[in-house]
Ligand binder design. Structure first.
Ligand code: ADP
Ligand code: MG
Length: 249
């Protein structure tokens, strides 16, 4: 359970460019919930993810994860539970290193070094099995540089890499925005598979209303740093795509 209480975030306070990115926002996210988060540019979506990941601190308000108040816990101490994927498939991977070595680097965040570094056959088998599970046929390419893959394949692997170790919260900020439609589809299918398999609590920011309509079991629209609409599974299930387009005038 993630519990945000009365979160306000003001940037550049007292200056001419002062912005209130989040305004007294309260939100509870249940375990295993998959939220599709939409909203106009500047409505505060990324700031909300930054608050959950710990990349920024709220100006006022509290955030509780797993019943502990983690408002002042820095990002690297939350990364045990919280994984983040950005729009750029290059972010978070080292293109010249092999797929396997990229997985090693990712695992070093959370696992003892001796289990990850060097020629650890068990680790290699584990990575190969997990990649095979994606159904993308990449399990025999783990020695290839990750930079030689397509953007969609790389993004799918980044997703897997980010959740392999004990993560239970996944934050996706427009993960398909930089991809062509076919690659975007691969990544979304992969995301859905991973979210279900690992039972992740997920927030997906997307500008693609079709994706927001199709994916997730809760739909939130933000406007002006606040929650403007919040549809539970039932309401989302009967929502028409055309109606969503109407929300954006
Ligand atoms: N680091 C920052 N410094 C100053 N202003 C910021 C910063 N991050 C976001 N903002 C401002 O806060 C508002 C919300 O931004 P953001 O959360 O990125 O919106 P969204 O992701 O919905 O487009 C915008 O007006 C943006 O310009
Ligand atoms: Mg954003």
């Amino acid at each position: 359970m993630i519990e945000l209480s009365h979160i306000t975030k003001v940037f550049n306070r007292g200056q001419i460019n002062e912005v209130t990115a989040l305004h007294d926002l309260s939100l509870q996210i249940a375990e295993g919930e998959f939220i599709a988060l939409i909203g106009a540019n500047g409505s505060g979506k990324t700031t909300l993810l930054n608050i959950i990941s710990g990349a920024i601190r709220p100006s006022t308000g509290n955030i509780i994860i797993h019943e502990a108040d983690i408002t002042s816990l820095p990002e690297h101490k939350r990364s045990r539970w919280v994984a983040r994927v950005f729009q750029n498939p290059l972010a978070g991977t080292a293109p010249d290193l092999s797929i396997l070595d990229n997985f090693r680097l990712a695992a070093l965040r959370t696992r003892p070094k001796r289990l990850v570094i060097g020629i650890n056959e068990r680790f290699k088998t584990e990575v190969r099995d997990k990649i095979a599970g994606l159904g993308l046929g990449l399990e025999n390419k783990i020695q290839q540089p990750i930079g030689s893959l397509s953007g969609g394949q790389r993004q799918a692997l980044t997703l897997l890499m980010s959740v392999m170790d004990h993560t239970d919260i996944l934050l996706l900020d427009e993960p398909t925005a930089a991809l062509d439609p076919k690659s975007a589809e691969v990544v979304m299918q992969t995301a859905e598979r991973i979210i279900r398999e690992y039972n992740l609590t997920t927030v997906l920011i997307t500008h693609n209303l079709r994706d927001a309509h199709r994916f997730g079991n809760r739909l939130i629209q933000m406007a002006g740093g606040q929650v403007a609409r919040d549809l539970d599974t039932g309401a989302k299930g009967t929502l028409k795509l055309e109606e969503m387009y109407g929300w954006f005038g």
